[in-house]
Design a protein around this ligand. Structure first.
Ligand code: LMR
Length: 401
């Protein structure tokens, strides 16, 4: 029965961590997964999270291990909405946003795509070229196919905004378009505010549905509000849209699987009907969502001192990554000046698209024990002052071959 099952391929991102851990080389560098590491290259539990956990531990009568309701932990959802829309947004006051807790960004993508397929008859979702490696698989699981739209130009390093707009205009009316809210993964290339504003009339005219993946709020600019700019522009215009929110990165809740789907609709009645359908899909997929991460996030976001601490800690993480970005840019510009590295400094967030091809990436792993995604995506989080020059020297050695 099972002997005919063929071996599945390893996950192109997660397997880099497996390879890294198995590598005994003293100079090995992990530039693979998008998970924050401090200057000692260690994962960190945020102080605001630690304090929230202490509070939760002391209040077991509130923070039980009971099943959550189908929509999730409501105090968390209220706070999560404010993080995206801003605390005083009229859409929240009018109850036009329905929110359902989900298994971080991935669960949110799967459930919301399933909802669109079943309830809106959507069979295709447009995704940027390039995009996060797991988008196609998650959307495919919801029985929607994906088609790529232009995001980067032929150089693969800078935005092709004209090409993007052209593609949006050429799509059938009412298309669903996946957009990265900020700190685009894998490229680190974002639209600026003016460009986002230019998209608004296109979405309106074509009645396209914006489908935001918001996984890196806080990592683009260090400021949670500024990083919500694109989503807030669409909300201010009254455009209906969906957001898949993850708290994995900005609150460091990776393994807690904490996130939410927010659906911005035209009125409260619509929001309530939409929620009723999304909840049915949640129930049929994994029954209910986990409570601990939602408890933590609700305490952090809902306690003024902890919220301030959270904002500081996000700023600090984003600041370290920016520092690493500047330093690897300087090191590459000095060590390998025959190539222009300006794209590295122009990108933002947790990643840099280096421009290295898959062969060069493989050689960096095989010969220099430096691990990054085959697209040439470098997670800046694996850099520190102790390995930057080694990484730059190794890239230089590969570039001149
Ligand atoms: C990444 O892109 O590295 C992260 O989003 C982690 C993941 O699950 O792929």
């Amino acid at each position: 029965r099972f002997s005919g099952v063929v071996q599945g391929p390893p996950d192109p991102i997660l397997n880099l961590g497996v390879m890294f851990r198995a590598d005994p080389h003293p100079k090995k560098v992990n530039l693979g997964i998008g998970a924050y590491r401090n200057a000692e290259l260690k994962p960190e539990i945020l102080q605001c999270v630690r304090k929230a956990e202490e509070f939760i531990y002391k209040h077991p009568e509130t923070y039980t291990k009971e099943y959550l309701p189908l929509e999730g932990y409501v105090p968390f959802l209220k706070e999560a909405q404010k993080l995206i829309f801003g605390p005083d947004h009229v859409a929240l006051k009018e109850g036009r946003v329905c929110s359902i807790q989900e298994l971080s960004g991935s669960g949110s993508l799967l459930i919301s795509a399933d909802f669109m397929h079943r309830l809106l008859g959507i069979n295709k979702i447009y995704i940027p070229n390039p995009t996060w490696g797991n988008h196609g698989a998650l959307i495919g699981k919801a029985l929607c196919e994906t088609e790529k739209y232009t995001y980067l130009g032929a150089d693969g390093l800078y935005i092709d905004f004209e090409g993007m707009k052209k593609d949006f205009l050429a799509m059938p009316d009412g298309s669903v378009i996946l957009l990265h809210a900020c700190a685009h993964n894998p490229s680190g290339v974002d639209l600026n505010e003016e460009q986002w504003r230019e998209l608004l009339p296109i979405f309106k005219k074509k009645q396209h549905l914006p489908y935001f993946d918001c996984a890196y709020q806080g990592f683009a600019t260090g400021d949670l509000d500024k990083d919500a700019m694109a989503m807030r522009l669409f909300a201010d215009e009254g455009i209906e849209f969906i957001i898949c929110q993850s708290l994995s990165k900005n609150m460091g809740l990776y393994g807690e699987r904490c996130g939410a789907i927010h659906i911005h609709t035209v009125d409260k009645e619509t929001a309530d009907r939409v929620a009723s359908q999304v909840k049915r899909i949640v129930r049929a997929t994994h029954s209910v969502s986990p409570c601990h991460g939602a408890y933590i996030a609700s305490v952090v976001l809902g306690t003024p001192e902890l919220f301030e601490l959270f904002k500081e800690e996000v700023k600090k993480m984003a600041g370290r990554l920016l520092d690493m970005r500047k330093k690897i840019y300087d090191a590459l510009s000095k060590t390998a000046p025959e190539k222009n590295w300006d794209h590295v400094i122009y990108q933002r967030g947790m990643f840099s698209f280096t421009g290295l091809d898959s062969h060069q990436v493989k050689m960096l792993a095989d010969e220099y024990h430096i691990y990054m995604v085959s697209s040439g995506r470098m997670a800046l989080t694996g850099l520190n002052d102790g390995n930057i020059q080694y990484v730059a020297d190794s890239i230089k050695a590969e570039e001149v071959k």
